[in-house]
Design a protein around this ligand. Sequence first.
Ligand SMILES: [Zn+2]
Length: 426
Amino acid sequence: MREDMLQPDIETMSRDQLAGLQLARLKEIARYVYKRNAAWRNRFAEAGVAPEDIGELSDLQKLPMLDKEGLRLAYPDALLCEDRQSIRELHMSSGSSGTPIAMLYNQDDLDQWAECMARCYRMAGCRPGDPIQITPSFGLFNGGFGMYHGARRAGLFVIPTGAGNTARQIKLARDFHTRIFTGVVSYGVRVIEELEKQGFDLPDLAIGIFGAETFSDSMKRRISERLGVEAFDIYGMTETGGVGTLGQDCPDHSGIHLWEDHYLAEIIDPASREPVPDGTPGELVVTSLTRLTLPVIRFRTGDLTRVLSRETCACGRTHLRLAPITGRVDDMLIIKGINFFPSQVEQALLEIPGVLPNYQIIIEETHGVKDVRINVEAKPDVTGFMVEKHLKERLGFSPKGDIFPPGGLPRQEGKAARVFHQPGAE
Ligand SMILES: [Zn+2]
């Protein structure tokens, strides 16, 4: 019995078996949505395809894609495939751009979520009885409850602190010997600040599971060192059923294992929408094979990644590995003709010794011309020149900006806003 795997038979299934399972499930989910929902039937009809046209996995490409806008238009339940009486839970995306995206679950969907999440926990080294502190908020955001459902399935001791009140979080972690810390990346940084202020550490902490924000390697290293944890990058989103549904990295840290028995992944060129070969960066498109209430078929996640490997991993798992998410298709910034992502700014900033992991990227627009200002907290020996020179080397241009003393920039609870848009002087 392997302690690090919840379902060894599934997690180490041969690629051939996995492909067979995916094909059977793809046919089934296509027939299911077609039968259960008129909007899905219309979508198939517009694409000139019927469920019977799926004979092999590559026939997936005949099916229409679904994007976030399509899901917003379907709010609250136009793509519902289950009886209303069987619905058991609702979660929703934060909806920064207007109408939110709703996700509904029946009991099978909740069990599927818990299973995916519990696999992630076991893969990270969590064992039954381990105290786990869940710091994402419990509410419509899927983070808190998803981690809770999974923790129950994995037999962990749940400390459901939710968001905020960092001093109390630390007290509980000390008093109840928290071994596993979960949260958004920026909250890990907040906890480190509080620990430094109070002048102690949390010796029982061993595992940190972070998600919901892009996570640069340098940020990961800092959090691991300062919090004294092995950090894992968990992946999933409202539209796929929530945190952990898509997978996580294993202790080999060689990419995110995507749970391929539940999800079918494609990487496409976001402009042409054509598939790209393994290794080439592109947008992740996901089909949920086992979700019943609101399944997604060929959902364009907007997340940029690439397939790192389909070989068996050092951990023994056969499920493919994706590169950590480098950014979102719609987050890409173009300043003075140079394309970059906020995560690249973070990576570059944290390579400078003495720079602290709190920063702001401010996009200023004057008469249609965009410029960028980067404000960052740093220790007193860091100069503006040092920051400017390094960013020039790494990003190819020199942003304006200011250095703030530690604690000088505003803090937020929950997901950190890093990028701000403001009109410049006319
Ligand atoms: Zn692995």
